[in-house]
Design a protein around this ligand. Structure first.
Ligand SMILES: C[S@@+](CC[C@H](N)C(=O)[O-])C[C@H]1O[C@@H](n2cnc3c(N)ncnc32)[C@H](O)[C@@H]1O
Length: 298
């Protein structure tokens, strides 16, 4: 048998660990996820039909199982990949992508692997910018295709100019309350598409709602301190889908469709740690710029 390199051996060992941690006993079956009832004009049912069996994309890139303690669960990470990229593949070919709150570069890499021409990530925590740069380099993406800007998203968006075809706002909407600045900045990029992946305890309620709370800035995956932060406590909010629709509308975007999480959970039974998607409190939404010409990527 051909000898495996150290990297191949560690990737294999990691896969073994992930399998043991995440695969529940064979008798266990997740109850079918309820369809995500969207009070607006579109529902997940409008996403393309067919099998949702996950490709386990990140198995090829196991560094991302190690470089973050946020959303580390491998099953969740791989199903999120399907909801964000697998179900939106058409918008990434040749696109320039802006990845807000880019963390360890996981979604920047996924965008490049999905055909994006270039990616710019914005991330507040310097150690995560370093990890992202190293991760992308390790997998063959250098400064000609990807760069990471270290800073507060709102500050960076308002002081620098970015042109993008697709903006990724993944796991960030609930780490801010500065929605005017955020959406104004996104609008300024001219992006035709915006993908939002977010949580609210009242996601599918018919009444527009922003659930307000505070987060501690010293925690890795939480809101970073910004100009308005007093001490370590950052004021943040979780807008529900009805509120997101209103906010998007004010900046020329609308929800085009929701990713089919019910199908993903149905076809990948036993994938743990996806309860918030299963119970409809977390969504992946593809949004489109209502004034960009159809078919244009800019
Ligand atoms: C929950 S993690 C989401 C990571 C990744 N986008 C994902 O969806 O898996 C939130 C990320 O937002 C970053 N972050 C928090 N507040 C920020 C801010 N004001 N500006 C830039 N990044 C911020 C955190 O450092 C962290 O990397």
């Amino acid at each position: 048998m051909a000898r495996m390199s150290l990297r191949q051996q560690s990737a294999r060992a990691l896969r073994g660990v992930a399998w043991r941690i995440e695969r529940p006993p064979r008798t266990w079956r997740r109850p079918a996820a309820p369809p995500q009832q969207d009070p607006g004009e579109l529902t997940a049912a409008e996403s393309p039909p067919g099998s949702r069996i996950a490709s386990w994309f990140f198995e090829q890139f196991p560094r991302f199982y190690l470089t973050s303690s946020t959303g580390l669960n491998t099953g969740r990470l791989n199903l999120r990949y399907e909801a964000i990229f697998g179900q939106n593949r058409d918008i990434f070919a040749g696109a320039s992508v802006l990845d807000l709150a880019s963390h360890d570069g996981r979604w920047s890499l996924a965008a490049l692997a999905s055909g994006a021409r270039s990616v710019t990530g914005i991330e507040a925590r310097p150690e995560l910018v370093k990890a992202a740069t190293e991760n992308l380099e390790e997998y063959g993406f250098g400064a000609d295709r990807v760069r990471f800007v270290c800073g507060d998203v709102h500050e960076v968006l308002s002081t620098q100019d970015f042109a993008a075809d697709v903006v990724l706002c993944l796991g960030f909407l609930y780490h801010t309350l500065r929605y005017n600045e955020l959406l104004h900045g996104i609008r300024r990029t001219g992006a035709r598409y915006l993908i939002i992946d977010t949580f609210s305890p009242y996601m599918m309620g018919p009444v527009p709602n922003v659930h307000v709370l505070t987060e501690q800035a010293e925690e890795e995956g939480k809101a970073a301190a910004d100009t308005y932060t007093d001490g370590a406590s950052v004021l943040v909010g979780c807008p529900n889908l009805a509120a997101i629709r209103i906010m998007l509308g004010a900046y020329g975007y609308r929800v085009e469709r929701l990713s089919d999480w019910a199908g993903l959970l149905r076809d990948n039974q036993g994938t743990d740690n996806c309860g918030d998607y299963a119970n409809g409190r977390r969504i992946t939404a593809r949004c489109v710029n209502t004034s960009a010409a159809p078919g244009s990527t800019g």
